[in-house]
Design a protein around this ligand. Structure first.
Ligand SMILES: NC(=O)c1ccc[n+]([C@@H]2O[C@H](COP(=O)([O-])OP(=O)(O)OC[C@H]3O[C@@H](n4cnc5c(N)ncnc54)[C@H](OP(=O)(O)O)[C@@H]3O)[C@@H](O)[C@H]2O)c1
Length: 315
C-alpha cells in the first residue's frame, strides 16, 4: 500500500481504557516512518487497516480510570505510536505532555518524537562535547533540524548536509556553521577541509545507504557514528576495519525503544527540551500545513524530499 491509497473514513470512537487519555487532535506531525509503516516496510507492522500518525497535539476530552495528571480542557502533545491522523486519538497518559506556555498546536505536533530522538542521541548516546565537530546529515529534515539546534546548544561546531539551496539555507538558519549540498559536492572532502583534516567527532546519520560508508571516511579518531534511520531506503553494511583503525563507535538510538527500556530518561528529556523551548533555544520549523483529507499529499511531499522541517496535518 502507498500513502496515495490512504482515505479518510468514519471509525468507531476509540475506547478509553484505564491509564488512557482521549485527545481532540488539532494538529498531527508527519514522520518519514509513517510512510514506511503504510508501505509495511517499518519494523512496526500493524495489521491493516490502521490509522497512521505518531505525533499529535490537541485538547484533552476525557481521561480513563486512574489518570490524575490530566483533565478535560488541558492543551497537550503526545507521541501516539499510531492513530494521530484522526479527529480523536486515545493515547497512554505516560506519552502525554502538557504543551509549554505559548506553544502552538502545530509546533506541539512537530515536537514529541523528533526533539527527544535528537536530544537522546546527542546527549545520552554520543555524547557530544563542547568544541567537537558534529556532522548532521539531512540537516533540514525533521530529526535533522532538531539535531542541528540541539548540537549548537551543546557547544558543538555543526556541519549540516542537505540537498538543494533551500534546504542548505534552512540548515544554516537552524544553526549550522557550515552547510554542504551532499548531492552536488564532494562532501567527504569538504568535511575534511572544514575540520582541517580532523574529521567529524560525531556524525548524526538518519539517511543510511551510501552516506554511512562515506561518513566513515571523514569521521575523527574516537568518533561516534549515530545510527538514527535509513531515509535512503537502504540499510548499509559497514566495513568494520574502519571502526577498528579509527577507534570509532557505532551508536544506535531508537527513541521509542529507549523510552521503553529507560523510562526515567523520558521525563528528564522532556523537562530539558521544554526548558530550552521556553528560552527560545529550540523551535520547530513547519514547512506546510494540510487538512486531514490531504494526508496523502502531505506524506507525498515528505517522502519525495521536497519538504524541510515538519509537515503538519490539521484535522
Ligand atoms: N531513531 C529514531 O528514534 C528515529 C525517530 C524519528 C525518525 N527516525 C528516522 O529518521 C529518518 C528521517 O526521518 P524524518 O522524519 O526526519 O524524515 P524527513 O523529515 O523526511 O527527512 C528525511 C530527509 O532524508 C533525506 N533523504 C536522503 N535520501 C532520501 C531518500 N532516498 N528519500 C527520501 N529522503 C531522503 C532528505 O533530505 P535531503 O533532500 O536533504 O537529502 C529528506 O528530507 C527516517 O528514516 C526515520 O525513520 C528515527
Amino acid at each position: 500500500m502507498e500513502p496515495s491509497d490512504l482515505a479518510v473514513r468514519e471509525m468507531p470512537e476509540p475506547e478509553l481504557g484505564p491509564g488512557m487519555v482521549r485527545v481532540g487532535v488539532r494538529a498531527a506531525g508527519c514522520n518519514f516512518f509513517d510512510i514506511l509503516m503504510v508501505r509495511g516496510q517499518y519494523q512496526v507492522r500493524p495489521p491493516f487497516p490502521f490509522t497512521p500518525g505518531a505525533e499529535l497535539a490537541g485538547v484533552v476530552e476525557a481521561v480513563g480510570p486512574g489518570v490524575r495528571e490530566f483533565a478535560p480542557g488541558d492543551r497537550v502533545m503526545a507521541s501516539a505510536g499510531l492513530g494521530a491522523f484522526a479527529e480523536r486519538a486515545v493515547v497512554p497518559a505516560r506519552s502525554v505532555y502538557r504543551l509549554p506556555e505559548g506553544m502552538s498546536f502545530e509546533a506541539g505536533a512537530a515536537f514529541p518524537i523528533v526533539y527527544p530522538t535528537s536530544y537522546a542521541a546527542l546527549v545520552f548516546r554520543a555524547p557530544v562535547k563542547p568544541g567537537e565537530w558534529l556532522l548532521v546529515h539531512a540537516a533540514a529534515g525533521g530529526v535533522g533540524i532538531a539535531a542541528v539546534q540541539i548540537g549548537k546548544l551543546l557547544g558543538a561546531r555543526v556541519i549540516g548536509t542537505a540537498g538543494g539551496d533551500d534546504k542548505l539555507e534552512v540548515a544554516r538558519k537552524a544553526g549550522a556553521d557550515v552547510a554542504i549540498d551532499y548531492r552536488r559536492e564532494d562532501w567527504v572532502a569538504r568535511v575534511q577541509e572544514v575540520t582541517e583534516g580532523r574529521g567529524a567527532d560525531v556524525i548524526y546519520d538518519s539517511v543510511g545507504g551510501d552516506i554511512t560508508g562515506a561518513s566513515l571516511k571523514c569521521i575523527a579518531w574516537n568518533g561516534r557514528l549515530l545510527v538514527i534511520g535509513f531515509a535512503s531506503g537502504h540499510i548499509p553494511e559497514v566495513k568494520l576495519n574502519r571502526v577498528l583503525l579509527k577507534n570509532i563507535s557505532l551508536v544506535g538510538l531508537h527513541w521509542g525503544a529507549h523510552a521503553m527500556h529507560e523510562p526515567a530518561r523520558v521525563g528528564e528529556t522532556f523537562d530539558a527540551l521544554f526548558g530550552l523551548y521556553a528560552r527560545g533555544a529550540v523551535e520547530p520549523i513547519i514547512y506546510r500545513r494540510y487538512p486531514l483529507d490531504d494526508l496523502p499529499a502531505a506524506l507525498e511531499v515528505l517522502g519525495s524530499r521536497q519538504s524541510y522541517g515538519k509537515v503538519v496535518v490539521t484535522p
